[in-house]
Design a protein. Structure first.
Length: 437
């Protein structure tokens, strides 16, 4: 097999960056700031965050299964992506209408409302981004450039976080007012909607894609979950399982990250350390992705997993310096954060690129559903449940929700989960062809 890298055109790269970035800006709002919104404005009880994340994952997965099948049946990707992003933005703006700081008697009602609205947002986002956009990525990329494309896409959450964090985080911190939160949701929703409008002019479907209506819709809907399909494409699913474990590890702490840094670690000026973490992790992961395309992926699996585990332990160990040595605390957060966040991006490049390589031609949309099951559904149910268990153990005896502390042991839990990633990594590494040595 040739090692020659097929270059993508400027228009293709522009579409990758535009929809990759704006899509991740919307997902940053959903994955991190909806949790903060729930914890700061509705209730700190972990059950609320767990319910929101879990139900969102269920609806996101079902929507991706439907969206992926529709993309293949219609032979179109651009329409679902661009129009979907326009609607997606409006679902974010709707959160500005949610009543905040409810009385204790109305907390459960508000939890249900926020969870329901999050599910609607996830349905639209999953069809347009997780199904249609990812199917389009499969169309325009190949084995010679997918590690680079997937790592660039994996960096987008960090850039998106930098955009949201640097430009809008002050509207959501502990001192944020109701009007601040309303501005936050309206502005971020507008960004997503405008991105969809721009894409109507910029994005192009790959030429030659034909509608695939050979099977009934329900057959396409369930295609990637059929035992026979799993058996025939077992390496594809093993690749998915690798990043699934990494995603579970990430989900153990990410939904509580802002309140851990601001509340538990008591770092009020957290823009500098978080900014350093994001910048170094993003740049480092892109450099590593280039090395993966040049030298092959085999060399990177074990070191990446090990570094992630060590990074999580370093952040956990910083608990011993809280309130004692702010300099050491910040240093440990930065070093550990670069290791864990940076490796999470590299893992995406490793496992997702390998997964795309195993997708049968003409079935790109049909295999987006199983990706969502293993990348989103399982991690966003299992991870928050692990978080809730750790938080409840740490807060045993606490009766007032306002007194709940989000413990540093969440990072230790993430490290333990990450150990399991060595299993799929070994299988995938051994199965890679010679040119990936």
């Amino acid at each position: 097999m040739s090692n020659k890298t097929v270059k993508l055109g400027a228009r293709t790269w522009s579409s990758i960056v535009l929809f990759g970035l704006i899509g991740q800006i919307a997902w940053v709002v959903e994955n991190m700031y909806f949790s903060r919104f729930m914890q700061n404005e509705i209730t700190r009880a972990p059950y609320a965050t767990t319910l929101m994340v879990a139900f969102s994952a269920v609806f996101a997965t079902l929507s991706t299964l439907v969206g992926g099948a529709l993309c293949d049946r219609c032979g179109k990707r651009k329409l679902f992506v661009t129009v979907g992003y326009v609607i997606w933005g409006f679902t974010i703006m709707m959160f500005a209408l949610v009543p905040m700081k409810p009385d204790k008697s109305r907390v459960l009602l508000m939890v249900i409302l926020v969870v329901a609205m999050d599910c609607v947002m996830s349905i639209i986002g999953s069809i347009s981004n997780d199904a249609a956009f990812n199917t389009w990525i499969c169309d325009v990329s190949d084995t010679s450039n997918r590690a680079r494309v997937d790592t660039v896409l994996a960096v987008m959450p960090l850039i998106a976080l930098a955009v949201v964090f640097g430009g809008f985080d002050s509207l959501t911190n502990a001192d944020a007012t109701t009007d601040d939160w309303k501005k936050f949701f309206i502005l971020l929703g507008l960004i997503t909607t405008i991105g969809g409008v721009i894409g109507l002019v910029l994005m192009k479907d790959k030429q030659g894609i034909k509608p695939n209506t050979d099977n009934a819709f329900i057959t396409d809907f369930l295609y990637s979950l059929k035992p026979s399909v799993i058996k025939e494409n077992k390496m594809l699913y093993i690749c998915l399982s690798g990043f699934m474990v990494a995603s579970i590890s990430y989900q153990v702490y990410v939904n509580y990250l802002f309140n851990i840094v601001e509340g538990t670690m008591k770092i009020t000026n957290y823009i500098i350390p978080i900014g350093i973490i994001m910048l170094v992790a993003a740049v480092g992961s892109v450099l590593v992705s280039s090395a993966m395309d040049k030298y092959g992926k085999k060399l990177f699996y074990y070191p990446a997993i090990t570094i992630s585990i060590v990074g999580s332990i370093i952040i956990w160990a910083s608990k011993f310096f809280i309130g004692k040595n702010q300099t050491v605390l910040m240093l440990l957060l930065i070093v550990g954060g670069i290791m864990t966040i940076g490796v999470n991006l590299v893992m995406a490049g490793l496992f997702t690129a390998s997964y795309r390589d195993y997708i049968p031609e003409g079935k790109e949309g049909l295999f987006q559903g199983c990706r969502m099951v293993m990348y989103v559904l399982v991690p966003m149910i299992v991870g928050p449940l692990v978080s809730q268990l750790i938080i409840n153990i740490r807060n045993k005896g606490v009766t007032n929700d306002a007194d709940i502390v989000y413990p540093m042991e969440l990072f230790l839990g993430a490290a333990v989960v990450m150990l399991l990633c060595f299993i799929p990594a070994k299988i995938v590494k051994n199965a890679l062809p010679e040119h990936n040595k």
